[in-house]
Design a protein around this ligand. Structure first.
Ligand SMILES: Cc1ncc(COP(=O)(O)O)c(C=O)c1O
Length: 411
């Protein structure tokens, strides 16, 4: 039976003491089907809701956007430079370079650090596609190694075992906002003369032993995709580094590789951070610590409510400050992820599987020769993980609704 998809359109919203009530129009193939009222206290917890954050920042963002539109400066310029300086200060690094998105940030950082075709780069199979995609796009070889069962991060022991004479770099991803084991990874990199690029797309504000994600290696890369812990109203990305030389190279590569206007030393990219996005991000940046603190409070609330259940909850490793870009737990096989998802859907509670298929088994990497069973820890994780609603403006009563829906499956 083919899945029926409805387009839902909220057309009115009424506030009451017991929460918000929304009325929804249902459409199928643009045909109006009916109307339903949904109380947010009785049902409907979104996986994330960007409109709530916008409403709180509207008085700050709108004048800044209008002023920027009036100014006529739309690409790079002083506002981007100011934003880069603020980010460098926040991350505790010497330099940051704003680019068009987090994928370009990875690509440009790898190029700036001298990755060449044929080099091997060890990375995680449990992440969004970007890191593996750009490694392959540069003609290098992604080498996938298994993850730790509890943190979902790359396993340093597996990294060490995968090193060959052709290994040139490591890309750990601080997945879901939890820093990877950087001390062990740095020791391996030093021993084998490798460079590290931290993929911090999900980890703005995360720290390890007081050091910011993105400050613990040759370069860090960030995404400002709207749903990220620090998100733009569109796309954006950033590279962080302590090397003036690497920063300069990144600045060159983001404008077609030009060293001086209309002089091209190498093939580059058109990957400039838009001024409007930088202006919005400058407004949001001072709030990011508070937002991460809210995410951590929601995570602690979930943990309190779900601690005595068979669900396997996310962990925080010693010295790490997890910023819960996702709250991802494991549903043991005996409970059944499908059953849990069905209950959440029935109660209109947002949920997602990050990630349903490991990267080493994606068709695009079939030529690398991985088979089902090659990396058992990640393969099992993909069968068990489930991400629950988490965003700064989520309300405690919504966390309770999610937790009680999960518990209802167990009785
Ligand atoms: C871990 C990770 N790396 C890289 C990216 C790519 O970022 P962008 O979408 O800004 O290109 C993402 C985005 O989802 C991500 O989650």
């Amino acid at each position: 039976m083919s899945a029926v998809r409805f387009r839902l359109q909220a057309f009115s919203k009424r506030k009451s003491n017991s929460g918000s009530t929304f009325a929804f129009l249902f459409f199928k193939s643009n045909r109006y089907l009916g109307v339903a009222a949904v109380s947010t206290l009785e049902a409907m917890v979104p996986l994330f809701d960007l409109t709530r954050q916008y409403q709180t920042l509207k008085p700050e963002i709108e004048p800044v956007v209008l002023a920027q539109l009036e100014s006529g400066g739309y690409v790079l310029g002083p506002v981007v430079e100011e934003f880069e300086l603020l980010c460098a200060r926040e991350l505790g690094v010497g330099h940051t370079v704003g680019v068009a998105n987090g994928t370009d940030a990875l690509q440009i950082a790898l190029r700036a650090l001298g990755l060449r075709a044929g080099d091997e780069v060890i990375t995680t199979p449990f992440s969004f596609y970007s890191a593996a995609e750009v490694i392959a796009d540069l003609g290098a070889v992604p080498v996938f190694v298994d993850i730790e069962a509890d943190t979902f991060n790359i396993d340093p022991r597996a990294v060490e075992a995968a090193i060959t004479p052709r290994t040139r770099a490591l890309i750990p991803v601080h997945i879901f906002g939890l820093p990877a084991k950087m001390e062990a990874l740095r020791a391996i990199a030093k021993k084998h003369d490798l460079f590290i690029v931290e993929d911090c797309a999900q980890a703005w504000g995360a720290t390890l032993d007081g050091c910011a994600a993105g400050s613990m290696s040759e370069a860090g890369t960030f995404s400002f995709f709207p749903t990220k812990n620090l998100g733009a109203c569109g796309e954006g990305g950033l590279i962080s580094t302590n090397s003036a030389q690497v920063a300069e190279k990144c600045r060159q590569l983001r404008v077609h590789g030009q060293s001086r206007r209309y002089f091209y030393d190498e093939i580059g990219y058109n990957s400039r951070l838009h001024t409007l996005q930088a202006a919005i991000l400058k407004v949001k940046l001072p709030h990011a610590r508070q937002w991460n603190a809210s995410r951590r409070r929601h995570a602690a609330h979930y943990a309190g409510l779900l601690g005595d259940t068979p669900f396997v909850l996310p962990v925080e490793t010693p010295g790490a400050c997890h910023v819960y870009h996702q709250y991802t737990l494991r549903v043991p096989a005996e409970v059944g992820r499908e059953r849990v998802m069905k209950t959440l859907s029935e109660r209109e509670i947002g949920h997602a599987i990050y990630y349903p298929h490991p990267l080493h088994l994606q068709p695009v990497f079939a030529h690398l020769g991985y088979k089902a069973g090659s990396l058992p820890v990640v393969e099992r994780a993909c069968e068990e993980v489930l991400s629950l609603p988490i965003f700064p403006e989520l309300r405690p009563d919504e966390v309770e609704l999610v937790a009680s829906a999960l518990k209802s499956v167990l009785v």
